[in-house]
Design a protein around this ligand. Structure first.
Ligand SMILES: *Cc1c(COP(=O)(O)O)cnc(C)c1O
Length: 363
């Protein structure tokens, strides 16, 4: 088979080197005679895998000691309730910024536990931009402020970290599911970050949480044990069986990222990839990207064909050229090219060349 480039939004492409290593280690991990899938999570083999994954992640990002790294399950969606259950800490209100479908879901879920103040929203632009901070109406009694750094469906990304409270008394919480590790990250600006693994980290099944220690230990009464961050922190994410194979693959991805030169290098590559595709989208009438230029995502690029009657033909020809999973989210239609860390620049170059050619043919 010719090389395939997979533009899926998630579960998404993984580095080929990582998959090859997993293949080589599939039946016998490092002479243990076992597949990673068959190991006790408390055995020395898996403990070493888990420890390396955590230390590589800490090194990649530069995570200070007063932050816990948790390897959980339940998807990013579980965090929509886990965040209010743990971070309200006796308060009754939380601030949310609404920039699209994932923010909206987070708000809906959190409103089961507290009063939500939507401090800013981009509904006025139909979620094609990020509301600038001078218009945010934050509540001084909020327990925390939540936003979504990259809206995977709408293709809107924050290219700045909100400056909310330099004393860190009101923690900033972010859903980074689809742009975590795509650029350097100053964790000290946040109280908590979370991400489902299946976009930019690894396979589905693992949910990564990084949380400042002082926020732990005051869950809402009635919080289920498995929804209490403190329980997971005290047990090094081994209170119950963690998603071992997903942790292993994600650990290989962390090692791969270190090898590639880390997050500064990844950001350069991600900028170059995004420029290639946006460069084409902005220089043609054939295609259109609805997102405000300053807020365009480097990870998920939605675009439409001016003539939607050609959509099916576009997808079919793309697929014949080895460019797959480009169909837009069912709620917005059109196309979406997701270009996470594991998408090589050659894949984006091939997509852009194909799109130019398709536009010529159908002009
Ligand atoms: C995919 C996604 C989610 C939901 O993730 P699940 O793991 O399916 O729960 C939440 N937020 C963002 C930004 C996402 O991209």
């Amino acid at each position: 088979m010719d090389q395939i480039f997979n533009f899926s939004a998630g579960p998404a492409v993984l580095p080929k080197e990582v998959l090859q290593q997993a293949r080589d280690e599939m039946l016998d991990w490092h002479g243990s005679g076992m597949s990673v899938m068959e190991m006790s999570h408390r055995g020395k083999e898996f403990m070493s895998i888990a420890e390396k994954a955590e230390s590589d992640f800490r090194e990649l990002v530069g995570i200070p000691k007063n932050y816990k790294v948790l390897f959980l399950q339940g998807g990013a969606s579980s965090q929509f309730s886990m965040v209010p259950m743990n971070l309200l800490r006796g308060k009754t209100k939380a601030d949310y910024i609404n920039t699209g479908q994932w923010s909206t879901k987070a708000i809906e879920e959190a409103s089961r536990y507290c009063t939500i103040n939507v401090a800013a929203s981009s509904t006025n632009t139909n979620f094609t931009s990020v509301p600038t901070q001078d218009n945010w109406r934050l509540d001084s009694n909020a327990a925390y402020i939540h936003y979504t750094s990259n809206e995977t469906i709408g293709g809107v990304e924050f290219h700045w970290i909100p400056e909310i409270d330099l004393n860190n008394t009101i923690p900033l919480v972010v859903d980074m599911s689809s742009d975590i590790l795509s650029r350097p990250l100053d964790i000290t600006r946040f109280g908590l970050i979370y991400a489902g693994a299946q976009k930019n980290l690894g396979p589905a099944g693992l949910t990564l949480v990084v949380v400042r220690e002082d926020l732990l230990g005051k869950p809402l009464p009635g919080t289920p044990t498995l929804y209490d961050y403190q329980i997971h922190a005290q047990n090094d994410s081994m209170y119950n069986t963690p998603p071992t194979y997903a942790m292993y693959i994600t650990g290989l991805v962390f090692a791969w990222l270190k090898n590639k030169g880390g997050l500064v290098t990844m950001e350069k590559i991600n900028i170059a990839k995004a420029n290639l595709l946006y460069g084409l989208l902005d220089n043609t009438d054939f295609y259109h990207c609805p997102v405000a230029k300053a807020d365009r995502s480097r990870m998920n690029i939605p675009f439409t064909l001016r003539n939607p009657a050609l959509d099916e033909e576009f997808l079919m020809q793309a697929s014949n050229n080895g460019l797959i999973q480009l169909k837009g989210h069912r709620s917005v239609g059109g196309m979406r090219a997701s270009m996470y860390n594991a998408m090589p620049i050659e894949g984006v170059a091939k997509l852009v060349a194909f799109m130019k050619e398709f536009a010529c043919q159908h002009a």
